[in-house]
Design a protein around this ligand. Sequence first.
Ligand code: BTN
Length: 258
Amino acid sequence: MTQHSVAEAARAVRIPAPARFVRETDSTNSDLLRLAMNGAPAWTVLVAGHQTAGRGRLGRTWISEPGSSLLLSVLLRPALPPADAPLLSLGAALAVATACADVADAPVRCKWPNDLVVRERKVGGILPEAAVAGGRLEHVVIGIGTNVLQRAEDFPPELRDTATSLAQEGRAPTLADLLEAVLRSLRGELGGAGEVRPDLLARYRDRCVTLGRRVRATLSGDVHVEGMAVGVGRGGELLVETAQGPRPVAFGEVVHLD
Ligand code: BTN
C-alpha cells in the first residue's frame, strides 16, 4: 500500500479526516493514541505497512510480516457514556468481519468479543483503547489487524494451527480494496459520530460463533467462568449459563470447549 492508495480509499468512503500511511511503525494504536491526545479529529485513520511492536488484547503482541496484513487504527470521538464502549468494539468487529467476508468471499465470523475467525481459526482481531475524562468518553482508538495474504507456512510454528488468512479461506483481496471495504463498513456501522446502530446487538449475535457453545472465560489468572454461552447482553457482555446459574462476562479470554 501507499499514501496514495490509503488516501483514495478514505476519499471513496468520505472519511472526514486525514488518512495516513506509514511504511513502518511500532504500533498504529500507540501512534493514534498520541495523535488523539494532541487533538486529532474523529475518523483520523492510520495505516501501517508493518508494525515492529504491534499490540493485541490482554497485553499480547500482534505479529505480522511486512505487506501481508491490513494493519490500521481509526480514531472515534463518540458521544457515548463510557459504559457503552464495549458496544463500539463489538460494532467494529461486526463491521470488519462483514467487510472481510464480502471482499474475500469467506465465512468470517466473530468470536466474542472481537476476534475474527474462520473455521475456529483467527483471521483478525480488534484492539479498542479508550480514554475517559470527566465521566465521558474522550476518544476511542479502534485497532484492526487482519491476516490477508499469508500462506500457512508464513505463520510462526506456534500459530500455524490456530491462525489463518483471507487468502487461505477465500479470494485474496488487495490490501487497498480490503481497506476501502473495512472503512465503508465501519462508517456504516458506527455512523458519523461513532455511535452504534440500534440493531447492532441483533446483527452481532447472528455473526457470533460463540453463542450456543460451551465456553470457559478466564477473567484473571485462576478465575474462570464455565458454561453455555447463551446470549450477548445490552452492554455487550457475554451471558454464560453455569452450573451455579447465569453469569455475565464483561471481559476476558474465552475458549470454546466444544
Ligand atoms: C487481538 O488481540 O486480537 C487484537 C489485535 C489488534 C492488532 C491491531 S494491528 C493495528 C493496531 N495496532 C496495534 O498495535 N494493534 C492493532
